[in-house]
Design a protein around this ligand. Structure first.
Ligand SMILES: Cc1cc2nc3c(=O)[nH]c(=O)nc-3n(C[C@H](O)[C@H](O)[C@H](O)COP(=O)(O)OP(=O)(O)OC[C@H]3O[C@@H](n4cnc5c(N)ncnc54)[C@H](O)[C@@H]3O)c2cc1C
Length: 492
């Protein structure tokens, strides 16, 4: 099967490059022959990210986006030169980490040049006194963590996609790891960065524990999703490996009881590294053999760090759970989570059955959390074809939570799977906004959420668009994302 035999999904507003040979020649001059490809097999590998709908498409002979060139630059000078060149030629450039993003962020929907960051994979320095590590951003997450663990450290940033994502992708999507309640999200962990702006200028944001130097410009690039700059190097906080780890689990009669218990723990300024609430449906799915959890809401905790502090955290965690009708379920549910936490076959098993499946994570203040949960479940149950809608809660703050919904359904005969997928997404996001929530907790905007950005940001969306125009007047960096309603036809 040739590439031309695949049906292209995102073809509207795709830029056709007139003189491909000229562009390829210049790219080869900049990065060298070994670091450019136009081979069909390479192009095919970069037509998707990890959005689950792209798996359905893959088995139907469809591709999401079609880049023209794949490049693997090795130096910042090469990236700067590519950017300067494409600004003259007005060709899109898409930064690419490991393609584990789940909102279409790395898909080349306008064609153009993929800048794969994989050759930016060096760990440059560990500083024990400052407790920092500096690395290039193409580094694979697990390679970074494995190296740190061997030296007695951790970043504490352990996303489920640790093995399949990069430091640059984490920064671009404002990622959150499984241990984030203690160690923070990526924006809490990053202390300094090097960024190449869309027109090829390099900006170095100094590494500092904090500074009072005007607005925090660097924050623009944490969550920039490859639209405002390419992050090439970053300095992160690290921690000594924990001395002690305590595994705790409790089952609660209702989601509200579990919210009360966990809220009261955080309110004491106690931060277990991991807290995960599973609603009744997910408890049934993940812990069917735990008798105390039948028809209940399971919550697992991992407390880790200094022994004396862990002992104190454990006793306060247990006290709050028991005060809120929690029943102790022992260590087994947490051990089970440790064994299965990187396993994702459940989701990738759906497409052969023609089931459209996906996950949507959102953020909520405590006062809205219960309403958001029920509103989403009720709205989705009314939608034709929905066969499952469940949730877990895996990121906690003294002020609120990140809620993670999973849904699956079968499109009606007259509907394409993309139309059905969009309907499910829109139903969930609307239910979240109606109940006072925020549309994304840690997967980002990409294509899937772009048309909700105005509802989320209001007037400040215009400021964001102005910043994009200022930094990227030719709109070459990852066009068609965040600022543009690609699902509804893109800009005219
Ligand atoms: C099974 C699974 C589990 C997941 N679990 C989690 C989780 O626990 N927590 C979480 O937060 N996310 C999770 N994700 C989502 C995904 O792993 C994250 O969004 C991750 O941060 C993407 O990293 P990546 O390197 O794969 O980026 P890519 O998918 O390659 O790119 C994502 C975006 O970042 C941009 N980008 C990439 N590198 C750079 C760079 N150097 N400079 C500027 N922009 C860049 C791209 O243009 C794109 O817009 C999961 C995904 C899967 C498939």
């Amino acid at each position: 099967m040739d590439l031309k035999d695949f049906e292209l999904i995102y073809k509207e507003n795709r830029n056709e490059i007139k003189d491909k040979q000229k562009i390829e020649k210049r790219l080869r001059e900049i990065v060298g022959d070994n670091n450019v490809s136009t081979n069909e097999i390479d192009i095919l590998a970069y037509t998707k990210d990890a959005s689950l709908i792209t798996l359905n498409w893959a088995i139907q002979g469809k591709i999401a986006g079609l880049p023209d060139f794949i490049t693997w630059p090795e130096t910042i000078k090469q990236i700067c030169e590519i950017l300067k060149f494409v600004n003259q030629e007005k060709i899109p450039v898409i930064p690419y980490g490991e393609g584990s993003g789940v909102v279409g962020g790395a898909i080349a929907i306008r064609g153009g040049i993929i800048i794969d960051m994989k050759k930016f994979n060096k760990i440059l320095e560990i500083n024990d006194k400052n407790l920092t590590v500096t690395a290039q951003t193409g580094i694979n997450g697990m390679n970074l963590e494995r190296y740190l663990n061997a030296k007695g450290y951790t970043t504490g940033h352990i996303p489920q996609s640790l093995y399949i994502s990069s430091l640059g992708g984490w920064i671009a999507h404002r990622a959150a790891g499984q241990f984030s309640t203690k160690y923070g999200k990526i924006e809490d962990i990053i202390l300094g960065m090097e960024v190449i702006l869309p027109q090829g200028d390099i900006v170095d944001f100094k590494t500092t524990p904090r500074a009072s130097t005007g607005p925090q410009l660097e924050k623009l690039f944490i969550g920039g999703e490859g639209t405002l700059g390419i992050v090439t190097k970053a300095t992160l906080k690290i921690w000594p490996s924990p001395e002690k780890r305590k595994l705790i689990s409790y089952a609660f009669p209702s989601i509200e009881d579990s919210f009360d218990a966990t809220r009261q723990i955080l309110r004491e300024n106690i931060y277990p590294a991991v807290i995960r609430i599973y609603d009744q449906f997910e408890t049934m799915r993940h812990f069917p053999d735990i008798d105390n959890a039948k028809d209940k809401v399971m919550v697992i905790f991992v407390c880790e760090g200094n022994t004396k502090l862990v002992d104190l955290e454990e006793s306060i965690t247990r006290e709050k759970c028991e005060n809120n009708f929690g029943v102790d379920c022992g260590v087994h549910p947490v051990e089970h989570w440790f064994e299965t936490r990187f396993r994702v076959t459940e989701t990738s098993a759906m497409p052969p059955y023609k089931i459209v499946f996906d996950t949507i994570e959102v953020a909520s203040l405590w006062e809205n959390a219960s309403d958001i949960y029920h509103n989403v479940l009720e709205s989705m149950k009314k939608l034709q074809g929905v066969i499952m809608i469940t949730a877990h809660v895996s990121h906690f703050y003294p002020n609120g939570v990140g809620i993670y919904f999973s849904f699956g359904g079968v499109p009606a005969k007259e509907q394409t799977d993309l139309e059905y997928y969009q309907k499910c997404w829109d139903t969930i996001i609307k239910a979240v906004l109606d109940a006072g929530g925020s549309i994304a907790h840690h997967h980002g905007i990409g294509i899937n959420r772009a048309h909700w950005m105005e509802s989320e940001l209001g007037e400040s969306m215009n400021t964001l668009k102005d910043i994009k125009k200022l930094l990227d007047p030719n709109n070459i960096l990852n066009p068609g994302k965040i600022y543009v309603n690609t699902w509804k036809g893109g800009e005219k």
